[in-house]
Design a protein around this ligand. Sequence first.
Ligand SMILES: Cc1ncc(COP(=O)(O)O)c(C=O)c1O
Ligand SMILES: N[C@@H](CCSC[C@H](N)C(=O)O)C(=O)O
Length: 380
Amino acid sequence: MEFGTKLIHGGISEDEFTGATSIPIYMASTFHQNKIGEGKYEYSRSGNPTREAVEKLIADLEGGNDGFAFASGSAAINTVFSLFSAGDHFIVGNDVYGGTFRLINSVLKRFGMTFTIVDTRDLEAVKQAITPETKAIYLETPTNPLLRVTDIAAVADIAKQHGVLSIIDNTFASPYIQRPIELGVDIVLHSASKYLGGHSDVIAGLIVTKDPELGEQIGFLQNAIGGVLAPQESWLLQRGIKTLSLRMQAHLKNAQAVFDYLNKQPMVSKIYYPGDPENPDYEVAKKQMHGFGAMISFELKPGLDPKAFVEQLRVITLAESLGAIESLVEVPAVMTHGAIPRDIRLQNGIKDELIRLSVGIEDQADLLADLAHAFQYLGD
Ligand SMILES: Cc1ncc(COP(=O)(O)O)c(C=O)c1O
Ligand SMILES: N[C@@H](CCSC[C@H](N)C(=O)O)C(=O)O
């Protein structure tokens, strides 16, 4: 089955009891057992048919065996780290979502885990950071918010050679653009609140594994910790996923047009976009991504106020989040990455003047006119 067909017919796409082509929202906390232990479901934290449908679908889309749905991307990340114990060491990419940094720094460190932060594009640095205690390499690609791209196959290879797990947050790409499991990665996760849901109406997280034993461990943790996705949200997520292909095609087209526009705009001093041929990560992006994504970050020339700029936009919505049908803009330093102490944020390249734009699927002309209007305001 091709990817676009899988979106619609993959996983469980039809209700086995009624034939309904939209999986019903099974609002049940528990299930009648004719005989003790008999029957497919027992209790909705342990398994729910609506959730199972979207779990099987994401496993299919990412080319894995097992999928797991959580109440948020953050709950999914926390569940992945719950595989490990005090004393374990991790290599983490130096440009990850601010909330992931917060989880690591303010929660997981308290449980005795240790972390080395590395620019994972530098494969030598990744190798050098491995210690006998290292259990996993964790990264985003493209990253939030600087859109850096790491060679996924190369990192998966290093992880295998050293007997550690590779874990990739695939939120910024979505499986339409890249499928890390096919490149040798052990665990893929998503904030499905973004491209997968796609409509800014659901908070959800997903994990996919290929190795059945690893899948069993995540399944155990999902039930034991209990941060599961509710039936209503599971349905919304599956409904959103069905149009991923169409949405991504529109996102990609608009993003290229916005990049071309920003590239010629004299008030912009720097653009971060994997599809920019001048970007140092361009070749790696071309190799492993089907399309360059629809996230663009940029800096304004010194003296121009990023807050004034984003507050002038009328079509593009000033809001945290990304990957939605509507274009979203934000200033990471004071919004999505505000949880990172300023010195560390600056050290990792996230300047106060950085603006992050999630290009939506509105008509291109309206997006470009909106940007032009905000630049004109700055120029006046
Ligand atoms: C790359 C990335 N991973 C994970 C998360 C966490 O996801 P959620 O908001 O669904 O908890 C976010 C944003 O919130 C994100 O941008
Ligand atoms: N205020 C929230 C931040 C949400 S950020 C959402 C998303 N990951 C993004 O990058 O836009 C918090 O403190 O968690």
